[in-house]
Design a protein around this ligand. Structure first.
Ligand code: RI2
Length: 306
């Protein structure tokens, strides 16, 4: 297996996961792949780059960070291969640097919303959400976190480990305890896999139940999302596809075999309507979800939609 296929496989199996991490890994894989194609004609080079881009994008369908990263990395205007490689390498370096800086900026901007004494509920494992929590903690705010387990892959266990290592007091709950526990939280901070033109959030399955419970308990629902997690394709009316994953993630295949009348449904993401979201923290500032169109237009460029 070559390096590109290897990265694609790691994204597909979720060895590399998290909307931001898969975007950075895909951009780096495309950059390295481009470097191996230096002996080709420009036509063949372009064809192979398109092929590689498709291999990466096809690994997981929901997080728009992946196609956005690949599109921003692969575009070049060169008429020869050395210049094309140079442009692609530069694109990738820019993308990866901006992605890293975005996480810090989101942390700083988001921490403004966290008050001393706040209890923050979070879901799954989001580097952007954790950046906010960690920055608030580093500022000396006395905060604590309620983290969901996030079945079926239990990424909540990654979150509690990270928070523990930073020294942030954390309580783990099962996903079904969200509503009961919401009254103990002051606000919710989650990440994003995609944000559509109408400001809807597509994030780990169960996010919308946090949003419902937060609304009911009158708690703020805050989303931490780099601008490259906004979906230009939704401008054209395209829906964000919700990834259905294998039943083995939910139940032991041996047990399922004994139950011929049972099937398993394992959607990996859900949609939280814009009305349930109070604020989206990006590296460019804090926006209400109604500003999604402007963010796509100003920070991504409308040409990514086609
Ligand atoms: P960051 C993850 O998806 C979670 O849904 C998380 O909220 C989102 O990506 C954003 O994560 P998965 O890859 O980019 O675990 O903020 O399916 O790390």
């Amino acid at each position: 297996m070559d390096d590109l296929q290897n990265t694609a496989e790691k994204i597909r199996t979720m060895e590399i996961r998290g909307a931001g991490r898969i975007a950075v890994a895909a951009s780096a894989a495309l950059r390295d792949h481009a470097r191996t194609l230096s002996s080709l004609s420009i036509e063949e080079f372009n064809r192979r780059i398109e092929e590689a881009a498709k291999t990466l994008v096809d690994t997981r369908p929901t997080a728009v960070s992946l196609p956005n990263a690949v599109s921003l990395t692969k575009r070049h205007s060169a008429g020869n291969v050395p210049d094309a490689i140079e442009e692609i390498v530069k694109n990738s370096e820019n993308f990866i640097r901006n992605a890293e800086e975005a996480l810090d900026k989101i942390g700083r901007i988001g921490a403004e919303r966290i008050r001393d004494g706040d209890v923050i509920m979070t879901h799954c494992n989001s580097h952007a959400a954790i950046s906010i929590i960690r920055t608030a903690f580093d500022q000396g705010k006395d905060i604590s976190v309620i983290a969901t387990e996030s079945r079926p892959r239990r990424q909540g266990l990654i979150t509690i480990r990270e928070l523990n290592d930073y020294g942030i007091p954390t309580t783990l709950i099962v996903d079904s305890a969200v509503r009961l526990t919401m009254k103990e939280a002051d606000l919710v901070v989650v990440g994003a896999d995609s944000i559509s033109i109408n400001g809807a959030l597509i994030n780990k399955i169960g996010t919308s139940q946090l949003a419902l419970a937060a609304r009911e308990a009158r708690r703020n629902m805050i989303v931490a999302a780099e601008t490259y997690k906004f979906s230009p394709r939704t401008l054209l009316g395209e829906m964000v596809e919700i990834e259905d994953r294998a039943s083995e993630e939910v139940i032991d295949p041996g047990i399922l075999k004994e139950l011929p009348n049972v099937k398993v449904k394992n959607p990996a993401f859900d949609v939280t309507p814009a009305e349930y979201i109070d604020l989206i923290i990006t590296e460019a500032g804090a926006f209400p979800p109604a500003m999604a169109y402007t963010i796509i237009k100003d920070y991504l460029g409308l040409e990514l939609a086609v």
